[in-house]
Ligand binder design. Structure first.
Ligand code: PMP
Length: 365
């Protein structure tokens, strides 16, 4: 049986042609040598401009550092910023890579309980409850992976207020899915200019531009942290290839056109998934605002809630789904939500239709 890969964090979208063309031109013009460690000026400026043009947020281009992907940006930041024993608070469910990245940097990830009953609202009271003298960082993913939840400006403002009361608290906001907002736009944490000395934003081209193989990301951080990040990048790998950055800059300048296309396609697919899930009362979900995942709570299919079920753990349910109907989804245990699975719907229509038929057949069986 063929396996439909709904567990992956890559969409079926093609890389924008504009990026490929610009990169090819740069290659032909021999932009093939070491570039500046911080990234080429053209891309740093394009990043700074996007925030100003779209949201009126001033970001100096010197505060933007180009990295070898967003994972690398996160890694460099955590290594540069955390001290042994620092606590990092993150609302669950979160990207599965976070706990290990934090622990590699000597920190400890404190997972806040998932709150699907509140549509994964930013859990302010849980954050307050878990703040301790060793809390150094609040790690937000906006929009969320796997939830697809986009935080409202009001929710972010509440966090900004909390930062005003807790002078040592920093925020790291991972905004890598921000081009894939299905309604409206994503509010960046960079919005709070007066807190910029305690705010770091990471972003990249893998998701919003379907350029995961290009390995380009960026970090906007307070200058003292950025300097350490820059030194670390220089020591271990040097700057990103200049010709790929030229392609990324072209994509960024054409972002609205690119995002409009992705959004229209994702919206249609999201409705198809939701229409099927509504027919399956054993599964519960919150409609995502952005990105291409559904977080599906399957606790109704586990033994604890349905004594006749053969499945105790989400991993067993997911393994049976793969074995019996050829659908691969990602169990949420490593994401801090052990009753959920993450399911990507960024698949060609005919594949998605088959996947949804298989899911229904499995759950109704
Ligand atoms: N952050 C989040 C929330 C992600 O989902 C991912 C990719 N799955 C990354 C960072 C890493 O992205 P990149 O390919 O740019 O390293």
């Amino acid at each position: 049986m063929d396996i439909i890969p709904m567990h992956l964090g890559v969409a079926h979208f093609k890389t924008p042609q504009i990026a490929i063309d610009a990169m090819q031109e740069a290659l032909v013009s021999q932009e093939t040598y070491y570039g500046p460690n911080e990234g080429i000026a053209e891309l740093r400026l394009a990043v700074a401009q996007r925030y100003f043009e779209d949201d009126g947020i001033p970001v100096p281009a010197e505060q933007v550092l180009i990295t070898h992907g967003t994972k690398h940006a996160l890694h460099l930041f955590l290594q540069s910023f955390l001290q042994p024993g620092d606590e990092v608070i993150a609302p669950a469910p979160f990207w599965f890579a976070f706990p290990e990245m934090v622990s590699q940097a000597g920190g400890k990830l404190i997972s806040l309980p998932p709150n699907p009953e509140e549509d994964y609202a930013l859990p302010l009271s849980a954050i307050k409850e878990h703040l301790s003298p060793t809390t150094r960082l609040l790690l937000l993913t906006n929009p969320g992976n796997p939830t697809g939840r986009a935080y409202s400006l009001k929710e972010l403002e509440a966090v900004a207020q909390l930062m005003e009361q807790h002078a040592s608290l920093h925020v790291l906001s991972d905004e890598i899915y921000d081009g894939l907002a299905l309604h409206g736009t994503i509010k960046s944490f960079l919005h709070f200019e007066h807190l910029r000395h305690r705010v770091t934003v990471v972003n990249g081209f893998s998701k919003s531009f379907a350029m995961s193989g290009w390995r380009i990301g960026y970090i906007i951080a307070p200058f003292p942290v950025l300097q350490k990040v820059n030194e670390l990048q220089q020591k271990i790998i040097s700057g990103v290839s200049p010709f790929t950055q030229v392609g990324a800059a072209a994509a960024l300048r054409h972002r609205h056109q690119i995002w409009e296309g992705f959004k229209n396609e994702l919206l249609q697919k999201r409705e198809k998934v939701a229409a099927v899930l509504q027919q399956l009362p054993q599964l519960s979900y919150v409609l995502p605002d952005a990105g291409y995942y559904f977080t599906i709570d399957i606790k109704g299919c586990l033994e604890e809630h349905s004594p006749a079920s053969p499945f105790k753990l989400v991993e067993e349910w997911a393994a049976a789904l793969k074995e019996q109907v050829g659908l691969e989804v990602l169990p949420g245990t490593a994401m801090g939500m052990p009753t959920a699975v993450r399911m990507s719907y960024a698949l060609p229509d005919y594949v998605l239709a088959s996947a949804l038929d298989r899911l229904s057949a499995f759950v109704k069986h």
